[in-house]
Design a protein around this ligand. Structure first.
Ligand code: FMN
Length: 237
């Protein structure tokens, strides 16, 4: 009797093992696809930024103000490229200090990572070759707005810039004071975005009120990328 039972169990396990295997495979695949919308990675080389413009600095300063209401008009790739360059782009490297970006950075350590949230997805900015890497193909502007006390400007804007800091990249040298330096640097970055936006005929607003963890989760950010600022940019309504 025991032998017959053993044979039945053996036959059944052979029959159902492949089905069980399929189930495990499907679960794995759905986990991979689920989070980021797609597994495939896209890199986008941005057009070269302009280093000469029509508006004077004084005019840009006097015109800058927080804009929180935007039209539905999208930004061109040239405009996005220009804004990203102003945010954290490369300039000629100083051979003595190693300084290389459009903003000052304590010790030229550049601890920031910049993300772009657009109708076409979420992208990580790579200043060294002025390119974007897609990390999601979903429009997450409304989700990002929900992570920021439902501030409508974030959902309405053509794009949102998210300035994050990897504190280890600066605190290894300056200890706790590195955090202060990082926050000051975020201010430099934000002001560059605001002034560049004015020069392009666009509007922007600095947003500091949000739930850090919710922003990280919404945008699939690495745990050590701490969001400091969200800057919605678009055509003013
Ligand atoms: C650190 C910081 C955080 C801010 N956070 C928000 C915010 O969460 N939401 C918002 O609508 N404006 C925010 N602002 C914008 C201020 O409300 C705005 O700059 C101020 O009212 C002055 O207006 P102006 O920018 O038009 O000159 C923030 C500004 C700073 C400097």
């Amino acid at each position: 009797m025991k032998r017959i039972l053993f044979r039945i169990v053996l036959i059944l396990s052979f029959l159902f093992f492949p089905l069980f295997g399929m189930f495990v495979e499907q679960v794995d695949a759905s986990v991979l696809k689920g989070g980021r919308g797609k597994v495939k990675e896209k890199n986008i080389k941005l057009p070269s930024p302009k280093t000469i413009g029509r508006m004077s600095l004084e005019e840009a300063i006097v015109k800058r103000h927080s804009v929180r209401s935007f039209s539905k008009k999208e930004l061109s790739l040239d405009e996005i490229s220009q804004l990203l360059w102003a945010t954290y782009g490369q300039r000629d490297v100083d051979s003595v200090t190693g300084a290389s970006k459009t903003v000052p950075s304590a010790g030229a350590l550049y601890p920031m990572e910049i993300y772009l949230v657009s109708p076409n997805g979420v992208f990580h900015y790579f200043p060294s070759n002025h390119s974007l890497k897609e990390i999601s193909d979903k429009d997450l502007r409304s989700s990002l707005s929900r992570a920021a006390l439902r501030q409508e400007a974030i959902a309405q804007a053509a794009v949102d810039f998210v300035i994050t800091c990897v504190y280890d990249k600066i605190c290894w040298k300056y200890g706790e004071r590195g955090m202060r330096y990082a926050h000051i640097e975020a201010g430099h970055i934000a002001q560059n975005i605001h002034l560049q936006a004015v020069c392009l005929g666009l509007g922007s607003a600095p947003i500091g009120a949000f739930d850090d963890t919710a922003v990280q989760k919404t945008l699939y950010l690495p745990k050590d990328n701490i969001p400091l600022y969200i800057i919605p940019v678009g055509h003013p309504r």
